[in-house]
Write a protein that binds this ligand. Structure first.
Ligand code: ASP
Length: 437
């Protein structure tokens, strides 16, 4: 325990002055909340724009020699208003003018996008009375644009070691030559995780506008239960299938030292949110942690008698997908057949070519294609020890008259993946949810 909590606030948590006030209140409630990572201002309502989107727009217009003043004015007004609402005396306009000139003079896309977090960082640091540390000083990228983990760890450790309280903008860092580089969209989550890892925080709090993860998609299941605890591994299985509260890559830096992530709701600070931990015992009594899924997969089923005795058969099949740049989602097999499950969006225009190449290279007895499949992942670390989970799942699907097209259970026994028709997707998730909750 070193009494440090790293705290990241998402764009909706910092969308206007009123939200900044909530953020200050949250930070002041626990003195361990020492390193704060802000996103750029997000949407204030359904019709509003994220500052980052507006910045990308400015860059695009400028790069075509078009006038971007009007869009930039919207950004400027937002920051000026936030400063006014918080009665801050920063000369935010001079920062904004400098940024505008840089964009006009050909600043890069990443530099432009990163200014949303940069300005919000300056404002938040001023409002909290914390030190502002520019992320470009401590988050390093290699010359090829990939993240430089080793250099960053050292810089974060050394750069923050004598600092009590600081605000560090999310989303970006810099190369050795000072050029700004951003992570992919939503990347402030990654910055928070990197800082938490660098200072060996006790906890990484990620404040957003929902009270953590839900057991199932609320657009499909009415009022699903919240997920109180989930392990990194379970979350990987779930996020991979479509959960979107946290950037997929944000768990890797903290996972190294088993630092827990707590997803919290800025608008409902009393809610406990979801804890993402390394290993959780006791296991949830339901036996499952979450259900998620995705539609639109295509299955290519390849049959060949005695295929397993051909040592290079699998390799040849996989190489066809590799050379066509199609990612394989799953590959269940039986003694004389193998099914390759791929996202429909990746294969649709290449389907004929892929089948032809498998024919030539693998000489199969038969190839069939099955489109329009949805995959549902039922995930739970408790499955390995709990009896009857799969019986419950498949009975519920049978009762709801849903045809199961495919079943895959990973060797970790962390999940059961079920393939159903696209049209049965929502019905299947509802049926599975109901039988457990
Ligand atoms: N502002 C950036 C985006 O909208 C990064 C973030 O919010 O995490 O993608």
């Amino acid at each position: 325990m070193n009494n440090i909590i790293v705290v990241k606030f998402g764009g909706s948590s910092l969308a206007n002055g009123a939200q900044f006030k909530k953020v200050k209140e949250i930070i002041s409630e626990d003195e361990r909340r020492r390193f704060i990572i802000p996103s750029a201002p997000g949407k204030r309502n359904g019709k509003d724009h994220k500052v980052t989107d507006l910045l990308y727009m400015c860059h695009q217009l400028a790069s075509h020699g078009l006038n971007f003043e009007e869009v930039f004015k919207i950004i400027k007004d937002r920051y000026v208003e936030i400063c006014r609402e918080l009665s801050l005396e920063i000369d935010i306009e001079s920062y904004l003018n400098e940024i505008k000139n840089n964009i006009r003079d050909g600043a890069s896309r990443d530099y432009t996008a990163s200014r949303g977090e940069y300005l919000n960082g300056i404002i938040l640091a001023n409002y909290l009375g914390f030190k502002f540390i520019d992320a470009k000083e401590i988050i390093s990228f290699n010359n090829d644009g990939t993240f430089n983990e080793i250099d960053t760890e050292r810089k974060v450790r050394e750069g923050l070691k004598d600092i009590d309280y600081a605000v560090i903008p999310g989303f970006y860092g810099s190369k050795e030559n000072n050029e700004i580089v951003t992570f992919s969209r939503g990347g402030s989550d990654i910055t928070g995780s990197i800082i938490a890892n660098g200072v060996k925080a006790d906890k990484y709090e990620n404040w957003t506008d929902v009270s953590g993860f839900l057991v199932a998609d609320p657009n499909i299941v009415k009022d699903p239960n919240p997920m109180e605890v989930v392990t990194y591994k379970e979350l990987r299985e779930l996020s991979y299938m479509g959960a979107s509260v946290l950037h997929e890559e944000a768990i890797f830096p903290v996972r190294k030292y088993g630092i827990p992530i707590n997803i919290r709701n800025t608008n409902r600070p009393g809610d406990k949110g979801t804890m993402i931990v390394n290993d959780a015992t006791p296991v949830n009594s339901k036996g499952i942690t979450g259900i998620s899924g995705k539609k639109d997969f295509t299955v290519i089923s390849i049959e060949k008698t005695l295929m397993t005795s051909e040592k290079d058969f699998f390799r040849k099949v996989i190489s066809v997908f590799e050379t066509n740049d199609i990612s394989i989602e799953h590959m269940p097999s039986s003694i004389d057949s193998i099914s390759v499950v791929v996202p429909a969006s990746e294969i649709s225009s290449k389907l004929k070519k892929v089948i032809e190449e498998i024919r030539i290279l693998c000489n199969p007895d038969n190839i069939e294609t099955y489109p329009d499949m949805a995959l549902i992942a039922v995930v739970g670390r408790g499955m390995i020890r709990t009896k009857g989970i799969s019986a419950k799942i498949f009975t519920s699907l049978g009762k709801a008259e849903i045809n199961t097209r495919m079943i895959i259970q990973g060797s970790s026994e962390l999940n059961i993946i079920i393939g159903v028709e696209n049209d049965d997707f929502e019905k299947a998730i509802e049926a599975i949810y109901k039988v457990f909750y």
